[in-house]
Ligand binder design. Structure first.
Ligand code: IMP
Length: 420
């Protein structure tokens, strides 16, 4: 790893970023989260264990220095549980937590559920309080940040302000008692987290000057980005690679963008999904690919790989190359389809449209390839040793997208990874 690297999801999240971050963090000194919160779910199979992480950067498994940047929203209870989990497993946690990151409070979680229930067009949120927390951040009146959590007086004042202003919507019988209970609980979290809190922007800028190798771990995927995703069916933060600049308070002059794309597609929650399937192939992806949400357990929607969508993701994220994940899951299918274009108003279009009105009308145009057999993928170490039709599939994608596929993942384990 010569440069800093950012890992960016190219689809709707769940592309397998966790495994790749774990794999690449071997070479990194610092692993950083810069957006989102515990709505993320990273499943990693390493050291004979399955880790399901939500908030702590995946570099925790290899004992790297970890940073949670100001762009994140932090549920302190989740973070403390994850720290405890690693410490019980005798792993030292070297965490730097931005004082500027915002805290997810119990009322955010309650409001997330209530708002979703009231919505005519559901988003299908993870109900982790992400949206309401970012709303408070943008609103600026009494949001609680990590710095406030470790300042008792300020914390009490902010919680009271917050609870009283939301009491009506939350249908609270006793706002005072509710606020006092939250204060007691969160004061405790502040005491536990105090030792990790710092100016992470300065820390990272200093580490960059020392030429430390930094891996930035994006959460969610390109089309869940609040600006560039399939709005309103998105999360509430920016998820594209450039979000790391504001989410960490740094401007890396040298950085490579590794785009992570699954060999087929999935989505949880509502929203546009042009190549979605409703047939037996969907069940193949669901069952063989174990496509159930890490955070919510919901079955994921499944579909064919969408190249117009991938091309837009490559553009938006300035991806240098692609890591293609879960190629092995396609094994056993007789035919494999790839969407190469859309038909919109009788016109052939080769990029995911910007305007949702066009997206609504987009009909995928597919290219069909022959499938490949199931083999012992764990034994394959080189791209040339993949089953012939699997190789043809990878070559086809690479030619269409115009950037190299640098890594291919053919199973959940670290050793089931091909460096091309
Ligand atoms: P929220 O982030 O909980 O507000 O959810 C908004 C949308 O983003 C919903 O459709 C979620 O299913 C989706 N989402 C949020 N985080 C992830 C993720 O890490 N992977 C996949 N989908 C996610």
């Amino acid at each position: 790893m010569d440069k800093n690297i950012v890992i960016a999801g190219m689809q709707f999240g769940d592309e397998g970023k966790g495994k790749i971050v774990d794999f690449l963090s071997e070479d990194a000194e610092i692993v950083v989260r810069y957006n989102g919160g515990d709505n993320a779910g990273h499943t990693i199979c390493a050291e004979n264990q399955i880790y399901k992480l939500h908030l702590i950067p995946s570099g925790a498994i290899l004992g790297k220095e970890l940073v949670i940047g100001n762009g994140c929203v932090v549920n302190p209870k989740i973070l403390i549980n994850e720290i405890n989990f690693f410490e019980k497993n005798r792993k030292k946690i070297n965490l730097y937590l931005s004082g500027r990151a915002h805290i997810i409070m119990p009322y955010h979680i309650a409001l997330d559920g209530m708002e979703e229930k009231a919505r005519m067009n559901k988003i299908g949120t993870t109900k982790r309080g992400i949206g309401p927390c970012y709303m408070d951040k943008a609103e600026r009146t009494c949001a609680v940040r990590v710095y406030d959590l470790v300042d008792e007086k300020l914390l009490m004042k902010k919680i009271k302000q917050n609870v009283y202003s939301k009491a009506l919507v939350l249908e609270l019988d006793n706002a005072e008692e509710y606020a006092n209970d939250i204060f007691k609980e969160y004061k405790g979290y502040g005491e536990l987290l105090k030792k990790y809190v710092c100016d992470t922007s300065r820390y990272l800028n200093e580490k960059m000057k020392e030429n430390k190798k930094i891996l930035f771990e994006g959460a969610q995927g390109c089309f869940l980005d609040v600006d560039f995703g399939t709005y309103p069916f998105t999360t509430s933060s920016n998820t594209i690679s450039s979000a790391l600049f504001c989410g960490c308070g740094i401007f890396p002059k040298s950085i490579e963008v590794r785009g992570i794309a699954k060999a087929y597609m999935t989505r949880v929650g509502e929203g546009y999904f042009p190549t979605e399937l409703f047939d037996e192939t969907k069940n193949h992806f669901l069952n063989i690919g174990k496509e159930f949400g890490t955070t919510t357990g919901r079955p994921r929607r499944c579909g064919w790989l969408d190249l117009p969508l991938l091309k837009r993701a490559i553009m938006l994220n300035a991806a240098d190359d692609i890591v293609l994940t879960k190629l092995d899951v396609l094994a056993g299918l007789k035919k494999i389809k790839v969407c190469t274009h859309y038909e919109i108003d009788s016109k052939k279009v080769d990029m995911f449209p910007d305007n949702p009105m066009d997206l609504k009308k987009a009909k995928p145009i597919y290219h069909e390839l022959d499938g490949f057999e199931n083999v012992d993928f764990g034994r394959i170490k080189k791209r040339k040793d993949l089953p012939l039709n699997a190789k043809k599939y990878v070559d086809f994608i690479e030619k269409e997208i115009g950037i190299p596929i640098k890594i291919i993942s053919i199973g959940p384990g670290r050793n089931e990874t091909i460096l091309c």
